[in-house]
Design a protein around this ligand. Structure first.
Ligand SMILES: Cc1cc2nc3c(=O)[nH]c(=O)nc-3n(C[C@H](O)[C@H](O)[C@H](O)COP(=O)(O)OP(=O)(O)OC[C@H]3O[C@@H](n4cnc5c(N)ncnc54)[C@H](O)[C@@H]3O)c2cc1C
Length: 433
């Protein structure tokens, strides 16, 4: 294993060489890669220094927010750049927060609340970082109404492959860098700061269930109700039924009989999410499927389908994901194209109305190949039906996959933007584009 003495001198005390085991794995625990070293960046200058070093030595450098992706996206045999300490946040004006790339959503959510503010979209994973989430998209229960986290970005500060710090906006001179940094798995630059739109905090929500088996009609009813702020769909594999939950601000009017008050909807989701995969793994241990919880492998993926093809997709793949011990629920969302142009690498397909299906499978090691096959078959069908897969999770990371997902012109453009901003091709996990 190479020794990185000159980098260690530059980053006194911030280089872990050899890399401890924790950085060899991600949330999925399906893939394992041993990095040469881990950099615990304390500031943006450390990121620049590390990237310059990596570029000079032709070493891959992969940013890691919290390693919550599950298909090796934050793993490398080069340098891991851990961004956890890049967590500063400040309000720049009434409606924008400037936050460093390693900040965690839970911390930011609570800090904004103390200032009477909120993010328009919060994902249910409070431990994921800003940079890691913007590098895939970021969807939460308000997304049916306001889009992705990536849609809330006003500007990005990005360290490019030559170690330069570049300010990028949607319509400035580095608009391509801005567009391809969003949802682009850290290929064109490392996001060290983001300016995000914020809104007045309104955490208390009155929730109720919406009935109806035709989810396209349910979605239209949800969008037609201007009071609604949140919406989530969940399918129980045991019961074979979808449930749709909606919520509106508790400020607007008193609760109706079928509504329940939730004081902080996002905090409740954070807590539910924290127990989700742990609970499934414990159930599998109790049922004798796993020797212990560390054996659990997490193959997760979300499929985004044009609304008109969503039922056909689900009908065709449902049986592959029907084992309640492995996937007790399927998570769903209704999404709309919205007014803003979507980033080219967004998981949203080119459709006005979209439905998503999240299969979060917790599997024993000896069933990983079986579930990979299920996901691969679902991925092919998703693309055939005009959909896209969300890149945070398991997907077939091969050239034909990216071409089927984004189309050849977009993949070609992605490669060109990478060549311009990362000429030595050191940034991000190795992708076959
Ligand atoms: C329990 C759980 C719940 C989740 N819930 C949701 C949800 O509700 N909604 C949703 O949309 N997603 C959800 N996800 C997916 C999650 O948002 C993504 O996996 C996200 O990428 C995790 O962020 P991270 O900081 O851990 O990224 P990592 O896994 O560390 O990195 C992900 C990718 O981004 C790159 N990257 C990381 N930081 C940077 C940076 N600063 N600049 C450039 N590239 C970078 C990495 O190199 C890697 O390719 C969930 C995941 C888990 C495990």
């Amino acid at each position: 294993m190479a020794s990185h003495r000159s980098l260690a001198r530059l980053l006194a005390g911030k280089l872990l060489d050899p890399a401890p085991d924790e950085w060899h794995r991600d949330f999925g625990r399906v893939r394992r890669r041993q990095p040469q070293a881990v950099v615990l960046a304390a500031g943006i200058a450390d990121v620049q220094e590390t990237v310059r070093y990596a570029s000079a030595h032709g070493l891959p450098v992969v940013a890691r927010g919290n390693g919550c992706s599950s298909n090796g996206q934050s793993l490398t045999d080069g340098l891991v750049l851990d961004t956890a300490a890049l967590d500063r946040m400040e309000l720049t004006g009434e409606a924008v927060v400037r936050v460093e790339g390693g900040a965690r959503w839970g911390t930011l959510h609570r800090w904004l609340h103390e200032h009477g503010l909120a993010l328009p979209v919060v994902t249910s994973n409070e431990h994921a970082s800003v940079g890691g989430t913007l590098s895939v998209g970021g969807f939460g229960p308000t997304s049916p109404f306001v889009g992705a986290v990536a849609d809330q970005v006003v500007a990005l500060d990005v360290v490019t492959g030559d170690g330069e710090l570049v300010h990028a906006t949607a319509d400035g001179p580095h608009h391509d860098l801005f567009s391809y940094a969003l949802c682009g798995l850290g290929q064109v630059g490392l996001i060290v700061r983001a300016e995000l739109r914020v809104v007045p905090a309104d955490p208390a929500v009155l929730v109720r269930r919406v009935d109806g088996d035709d989810l396209a009609t349910v979605a239209e009813r949800v969008w037609a109700d201007e009071r609604l702020r949140v919406c989530r769909a969940v399918y129980s594999t045991a019961a074979g039924r979808w449930k749709v939950e909606v919520g509106r601000s508790a400020r607007d009017a008193a609760a109706e009989p079928d509504e329940t008050l939730v004081a902080d909807y996002h905090q409740r989701l954070f807590e539910a999410e924290a127990g989700f995969s742990v609970g499934i793994a414990r159930g599998q241990v109790a049922a004798g499927l796993l020797a212990d919880e560390t054996e659990a492998r997490r193959l997760w993926s979300d499929f985004f389908l044009p609304m008109e093809n969503a039922d056909a997709f689900f009908a065709a793949v449902r049986q592959r994901f029907a084992d309640p011990a492995v996937v007790p629920v399927v998570n769903g969302a209704f999404l709309r194209a919205g007014d803003r142009p979507r980033p080219p690498l967004s998981p949203l397909p080119d459709a006005d109305r979209v439905r998503t299906f999240g299969f979060y499978c917790i599997v024993p090691p000896d069933r990983v190949d079986e579930y990979r096959e299920h996901f691969d078959a679902a991925g092919v069908l998703c693309h055939d039906l005009g959909g896209r897969q969300y890149l945070h999770g398991y997907h077939r990371a091969e050239r034909d996959f990216y071409r089927a997902q984004f189309g050849v012109p977009t993949v070609d453009r992605w490669r060109e933007v990478k060549r311009r901003y990362d000429p030595n091709a050191v940034l991000g996990p190795r992708l076959s584009l």
